[in-house]
Write a new protein. Structure first.
Length: 465
């Protein structure tokens, strides 16, 4: 027995040591390759800048001589000319390039929704915002700009494992040529390219939206690459933003670095979405106002749709339906299993990915919103449900607990029996308008996009010091 325990401990230590050696080797490989690429790009960039400078000097020589002569004759006062700022922190028109997301507007995903709300507000605050999107996802009808936000689409492979890292690599090289004041990278996967961006002389801010390596869809290799991305992003960035205290504590514990908590926000809707013309959107799904349970999310394993289907079937609610809104970027075995479970119950509606008035109507007319997920950063769909004043149920994972709902609105993650009991309990209560308004006021006070934008600009200025 003792030998077995010793043998087991030796195996665990060997695995840990192997992983540390692998991580160190990957560090050295990435730094060697990125240093080589960065050196070549920097040589090209500064050569180009020198050529531009020489041309300007030649073209403007006579003009500058005339200026100097007029200054000597006291015909021109140099104080009339704007003087260059030597402190980038003083800039009001900060050039921001954003990377690490698929695109927007109306592109599925939490980070995409985050950027869709944030970027126009950054532009209103004086930032010159360019978003590097993935050509595969960016809607063609949007064009090259939207709400004063500019887009530049770059190719990425149609691969769950490769699209983010390849696109980020190309995006960082593009940023190295364009030279923004700030390169803002979203998520720990794309953060893998932070050292390359720093070697190119860019100021980098990384927003940590959550430990993506905990998602069930990733295998061992992908999970460890994401862990490496988190490490490189947190260690090498000029500044770090996290969307919850849970993530801030994780970053502090693992990397001993400071990060600024800037939570997601919500856009407060008008409750007139329940008007007759808006309800027409839910009628096409065969729904009755206030008589359906709603979940809005991507169709990925960590959202645990199947738990909700099982609990809903056990609840056996008369005249109620369960509506699952969302799609999968890369349909897989989980989506097929989900479709099989949904097909076993006539009252489960697979509503696909929805946006605009249709999504607003689905939120506004729901009787209950449920989020049974095993992994979240800070769920925008849960915040949106609260912004409509909906009663909600959420799994008791740390990210959901941070929202500080009443204890009765949480259930143990994966406990289908408790979830069933809470669904029955909440759906038995009539919706109260005053309660809806109170929830709206609470969520708008703590999760305000205008405040998010101002805090983000402050973080940009801090990184430019």
């Amino acid at each position: 027995m003792i030998k077995n325990v010793v043998s087991s401990n030796q195996k665990q230590n060997f695995i840990k040591l192997s992983f540390l050696i692998l991580e160190s080797a990957i560090y050295k490989f990435i730094l060697a390759k990125t240093l080589s690429v960065a050196s070549e790009i920097n040589v090209l960039f500064f050569s180009f800048q020198q050529v531009k400078l020489d041309i300007k000097r030649n073209l403007c020589a006579d003009y500058n001589d005339e200026i100097e002569l007029n200054v000597e004759r006291n015909l021109i006062d140099l104080s009339d000319f704007p003087q260059p700022s030597h402190n980038l922190q003083d800039k009001t028109n900060i050039k921001v390039m954003m990377l690490g997301l698929r695109g927007f507007p109306n592109v599925q995903g939490g980070i995409e929704a985050h950027a869709e709300h944030l970027c126009p507000l950054l532009a209103e605050l004086g930032c010159d915002v360019t978003v590097i999107t993935r050509a595969l996802y960016q809607p063609k009808y949007v064009g090259s700009s939207w709400k004063n936000v500019k887009f530049n689409s770059i190719w990425a492979p149609n691969s769950k494992s490769l699209e983010a890292i390849v696109h980020t690599f190309l995006g960082v090289l593009y940023a190295g040529i364009k030279r923004p004041d700030v390169l803002h990278i979203h998520a720990v996967g794309p953060a893998l390219m932070t050292p390359l961006a720093r070697l190119l002389g860019l100021r980098v801010i990384v927003t940590h939206h959550g430990p993506d390596y905990e998602r069930q869809k990733w295998g061992w290799l992908a999970r460890n690459i994401l862990l490496l991305g988190e490490s490189l992003g947190m260690r090498f960035s000029n500044s770090r933003i996290v969307i919850s205290n849970v993530i801030r504590e994780l970053v502090l514990r693992k990397y001993m670095v400071h990060s600024e908590v800037i939570r997601n926000g919500v856009v407060l809707p008008y409750l007139n979405a329940c008007a007759t013309e808006m309800q027409q959107h839910i009628f096409k799904f065969g729904l009755t106002p206030s008589k359906y349970v709603l979940l809005v999310s991507r169709l990925v394993p960590e959202k645990r749709h199947i738990d909700l289907i099982k609990a809903f079937k056990l609840a056996n609610l008369k005249d109620w339906k369960l509506v699952l809104v969302g799609a999968s970027d890369h349909p897989d075995a989980y989506v097929k299993a989900l479709q099989r479970h949904a097909a076993t119950c006539d009252n489960v509606v697979m509503a696909d990915y929805q946006t605009g008035d249709c999504l607003a109507s689905l939120y506004a007319n729901a009787g209950l919103f449920v989020l049974p997920s095993s992994h979240e950063g800070l769920s925008i769909s849960l915040l949106e449900a609260l912004s409509y004043g909906l009663p909600v149920l959420a799994s008791n994972i740390p990210a959901n607990l941070e929202i500080s709902l009443p204890a009765s609105q949480y259930f143990p993650m994966g406990d289908i029996q408790v979830l069933k009991e809470k669904i029955v309990e909440i759906t038995a209560k009539p919706v109260n308008l005053n309660s809806q308004l109170n929830v709206q006021n609470w969520v708008s006070h703590y999760y305000n996009w205008q405040q998010v934008a101002q805090k983000t600009v402050n973080e940009y200025k801090s990184a430019l010091r």
